[in-house]
Design a protein. Structure first.
Length: 95
């Protein structure tokens, strides 16, 4: 996965873990949505728009989508989290 894909996967993983799979679409750009479409096609994720009538339009950053991960997406997310953690530890040890 390239950097854009890794960043999107980590954002969506945060949405799953911290917000029960609710995604704020305003925090995504057109590249992110294109990546998500490919992942849907590849069955890596389920990503759906919330019906307009159910969106809280008074929120400055309303939840507009929901996401679910396949087992493979969870494997990627775990791998990238671990790599980020190891980089952080390496950086701290070099100080």
């Amino acid at each position: 996965m390239n950097k854009d894909e890794q960043n999107l996967l980590m954002y969506l993983e945060t949405c799953l873990v911290d917000y029960r799979g609710k995604v704020t679409g305003a925090r995504m750009n057109s590249i992110d949505f294109d990546i998500a479409k490919g992942w849907i096609k590849d069955k890596l994720i389920e990503f759906q728009r919330i019906p307009f009538r159910e969106i809280n339009k008074e929120s400055p950053f309303p939840v507009t989508h929901t996401v679910k991960f396949s087992s493979k997406a969870w494997e990627f997310a775990q791998q990238f989290r671990r790599e980020r953690a190891e980089k952080s530890v390496d950086t701290m040890e070099k100080r």
